[in-house]
Each structure stands twice: as structure tokens, then as C-alpha cells.
Design a protein around this ligand. Structure first.
Ligand SMILES: [Zn+2]
Length: 409
């Protein structure tokens, strides 16, 4: 098990983030320059830098070799790009995905691994830990960790919900740093709106078609959480009053029609042969009329829901992600047709439907953005309560800099 980082106070953490923000923005600086720019007292700055040097977050750019002669440049301090800034973990229904960024906001990497449905939480956390270790490697990376963002399935009314409280505590023990929990699909919407298919767009509706069906809303340039964290539960909009029972207790929800399992069940019920998504995709590619007819029906149902939501919310861009969306036009064509048929005339030809760009890592990347906390998309997002961690979250201690990830997907 990984050890916890040194306990630091929220005030100290704020000072550290301020210095890291300066070095991120200005490049290497000497102590005098840092002092002038951040306004910390000499003693406070001394303690702050000592802490950052001890964790390895900051290193000396010019080694201090013996007594300084006349004209010798003062020792510069710079960010150590090999240490951690934030981790994101997405606990999806059947997989765990992780992503990490360093102190300069560069993407250290992302990774994921599928698991059987219903895997116990301790095993899922252990899987996450193994994936993070593969990405970030050695212990020093973790010692400068600013936070861990965690995506989980379902709405969260508070960070301390039931089982998740224990999960947050466990994650805090394993990784250290404040742990922030949120709905994983909404975090995927955040990532797609920050670095992905809808980067820079102000009004975005995101839909993910996976083993579950969910989504997220960006309205007026900010991520929408909604009362009780319910915003984005698109999968539980009823589409068939005579349909199948849904996990949520409802009947005929979109998820009972458009989740991977639902689509595969319907395919077999119609006489198709295929037990998994690749088999269905192969059948579609081969022109199987059962598969194509099914995807047309499912796509139409999805498009009608998106049209209704568009008329209520007014997005400019709709992003569709998840494994099912990878089937492409045989599904998305009917989605687009039904969307255009149902959207009010003024938005009909202005709405853009796009495939998601970040793949399976979207939820974990959104969790990274949540942990960093300085995206404009989160500027009016209710502050998530830290579930655990040595010092509590210090969401306002850092310098407000938009994350700049160099994504390599
Ligand atoms: Zn439901």
C-alpha cells in the first residue's frame, strides 16, 4: 500500500499552490522574484519552498555549487515535471480508468482495464491503484499530489453517500490528497467540453451510450449539476410506457432500450446472432438487416429524447460517446434524423451532432479537471465536499489557470 503524504494545512497547501502557479506561468524564478510576485512573507515563503523542495514538486534549475561569486546568477527554482498534480479515476460499471497530470498540466498518461460486473469496491480500488502505479510510477510523484477526482455511477446528493463514503476514505488512504467524488458521466461531459469534441463550446449536451446510459449538460459555459446532482440522468427518461423494468425502479427508460445490454438483448430477440458489441458491429458492417433495423429503431428513440432535451436546454453542440456510439452512422444517422425532426425549427439546422473525442478516458480526464478545480466550466459548480484526505480540499488556494493538457489520443 502507498503511504500517505505529509499532512499539510489548507493554508500551507494554498501557499504551495500559489508558488506552483507562479512557476507554471513564469518558468524558472529565483527566490527574490517569487517573493515579489506572490507577496508571501520571507518566513512563509522559506517554509513553503522548503516543503515543495522536500516533496520534489520544485527543483533547483541551477545547482548551487559553493560560494556565489560576483555576478553569478541567483539559484533558480523550477517545476519538477516528473511529480504529480492531480489524479482522475473513473469507476464505470465494468471498468476502471485512470488519468494523471503533472505540475505543468501535461498529461502524464491514462489507462484502463475492464472487470466483471459487480466487482467489490476494495478490488476496484486495488485495480485503480495498480493502474495509477503503472502510469505514475514511483512514490515521489504522489507526494506533491494536489487532489484525486473520482467518478462513480449514479447521482450523488453528497460526497458522503452510503457506501461511497467508505470508498472515498479508502481512496484517501491509498493515494493521499483531497478526494472529490462526482457522477462519472457528468465528468466525461466536463472533459469533452474542456479538451474534447466540444472544447470551447458554451452550450453542450453530452450523451454516453455504454452499459449504462447517462449524460451531462454544460449551459452558458458552466457544468450543470442540478438539485440532488441529478442533472444528466438522460438514461432514465421514459421512452416506452410498456417497456422493460429499469434499474432505477422506472419502466421503459432510455437505458432499457439504448444500453449495450439492451441493444444486444433486442438483437437476439429479433433473431440476430451475436453475444457482444464486436459481433453486432460486424453484423452491421456486413449489412445484416436485423442489426441495421434495430439500430435504426434505437437511434430514433435516442434522437427523440435528444430533441426534447434540446428544446428544453438549448445546446449548440450534442456530443455522443460510449462504446455503442462507435458503431457510427448506422446508429447516429437515425439519431440525427429524429433530432432534426423533433428540434424546434430555429435550432434544427444550427445544432451540431458530434462523436465524442476522448474515448474511454473521458470520465477519468473529467475527474482530473474536477481535482484541479480551476476550469472555467467549474466556476459555478457547487464545491464538492472532500470525502477524505489529510488536509481537506483547498479549492481556492491555487492560481486560476485553465488546465492545458497536451492530449495525445
Ligand atoms: Zn431508469
Amino acid at each position: 500500500m502507498l503511504s500517505r503524504p505529509d499532512v499539510v494545512s489548507p493554508v500551507r497547501r494554498g501557499h504551495e499552490q500559489a508558488v506552483l502557479g507562479l512557476l507554471r506561468g513564469h518558468g524558472p524564478l529565483n527566490r527574490g522574484e517569487i517573493s515579489r510576485r506572490c507577496g508571501l512573507s520571507r518566513t512563509t515563503l522559506h517554509d513553503t519552498l522548503r516543503g515543495l523542495l522536500a516533496t520534489g514538486a520544485v527543483v533547483t534549475a541551477v545547482p548551487d555549487e559553493g560560494p556565489r561569486g560576483r555576478g553569478r546568477p541567483a539559484e533558480k527554482l523550477t517545476l519538477n515535471t516528473s511529480v504529480g498534480q492531480a489524479l482522475g479515476i473513473d469507476f464505470a460499471r465494468r471498468a476502471v480508468h485512470v488519468a494523471a497530470v503533472g505540475v505543468t498540466y501535461e498529461l502524464v498518461g491514462s489507462a484502463g482495464e475492464a472487470h466483471a460486473p459487480g466487482l467489490p469496491w476494495p478490488d476496484r480500488v486495488a485495480l485503480a491503484e495498480r493502474l495509477v502505479r503503472g502510469l505514475a510510477g514511483a512514490e515521489p510523484w504522489r507526494r506533491a499530489l494536489r487532489g484525486v477526482g473520482v467518478g462513480v455511477v449514479g447521482p450523488l446528493t453528497g460526497a458522503r453517500d452510503g457506501t461511497l463514503s467508505g470508498v472515498g476514505t479508502l481512496l484517501g488512504e491509498r493515494f493521499g490528497g483531497p478526494v472529490l467524488l462526482d457522477n462519472n458521466t457528468r465528468l466525461a461531459a466536463l472533459a469533452e467540453s474542456t479538451w474534447g469534441a466540444a472544447a470551447g463550446d458554451q452550450d453542450v449536451l453530452y450523451l454516453r451510450l455504454s452499459y449504462g446510459v447517462g449524460g451531462g449538460v454544460v449551459a452558458g459555459g458552466v457544468l450543470h449539476r442540478g438539485a440532488d446532482g441529478v442533472s444528466g440522468e438522460i438514461g432514465h427518461i421514459p421512452v416506452d410506457p410498456a417497456g422493460r423494468p429499469c434499474e432505477c425502479g422506472g419502466t421503459g427508460c432510455l437505458e432499457t432500450v439504448a444500453s449495450i445490454r439492451a441493444v444486444l438483448d433486442a438483437y437476439r430477440a429479433r433473431g440476430g446472432h451475436g453475444d457482444d458489441l464486436p459481433a453486432l458491429a460486424a453484423a452491421v458492417a456486413a449489412g445484416d438487416p436485423i442489426a441495421r433495423g434495430l439500430l435504426r429503431d434505437v437511434g430514433t428513440q435516442i434522437g427523440r429524447v435528444l430533441a426534447a432535451l434540446s428544446n428544453a436546454i438549448g445546446p449548440r453542440v450534442i456530443v455522443i460517446g460510449g462504446e455503442l456510439a462507435q458503431i457510427g452512422d448506422p446508429l447516429l444517422g437515425p439519431v440525427r434524423e429524429a433530432l432534426n425532426a423533433g428540434a424546434v425549427p430555429i435550432s434544427r439546422h444550427r445544432l451540431t451532432l458530434r462523436r465524442a473525442a476522448l474515448g474511454d478516458a473521458a470520465g477519468a480526464l473529467g475527474a482530473v479537471a474536477l481535482a484541479l478545480g480551476d476550469s472555467p466550466l467549474l466556476s459555478r459548480y457547487p464545491a464538492a465536499e472532500p470525502d477524505s484526505g489529510p488536509a481537506g480540499a483547498d479549492r481556492n488556494g491555487g492560481v486560476a489557470v485553465r488546465p492545458r493538457l497536451a492530449l495525445t489520443f
